[in-house]
Design a protein. Sequence first.
Length: 176
Amino acid sequence: MIEELFLKRQSTREFSQKPVSDEDLEKICRLATLAPSAINAQPWRLYAVNGDKAKAFTPNVQVNGANEWATGSTAYIVIEQLIPHAIMRGERRVSNEEFIPNDIGILTAYITLAAEDMDIQTCIVGLRDEKMIAQFLDLPEGTRFPLVVALGYKAENYPLRNKRRRDFDKVYKLIK
């Protein structure tokens, strides 16, 4: 079952105009926040942008004419990176600062897989204008948004592509 999910999840760049419901976006985000994070700091905040607001948001991920396909996206999940957090473990101070990029990556994987499990397709967008996003969300300049996930239902006849990956024996080695 999980293998099937992994095989069908792909970056979709051609969406139908069927809207993603607010309830489905909330469910995807709720499931994604179950992702593990260093010292359980959960260094993120999620913003679901839907409907007419999604259309207005699209230019934030079309920097210098890139990501033209995003015009077809009907929803976005914007990931805000929160400031580092530290805790004391006995006499030792432990911070999540160096692990935040990993935590955001894991969260993003959870978002895309939760969406795919609901037959909602995604594309992770790394090219974005963080200043414009902060303005759009009415947040202070300098707020970090490391990734945005575009969501929607795939266009009719959008192909499921075969996964092209390096040979497994080139990326895996058992050490005993």
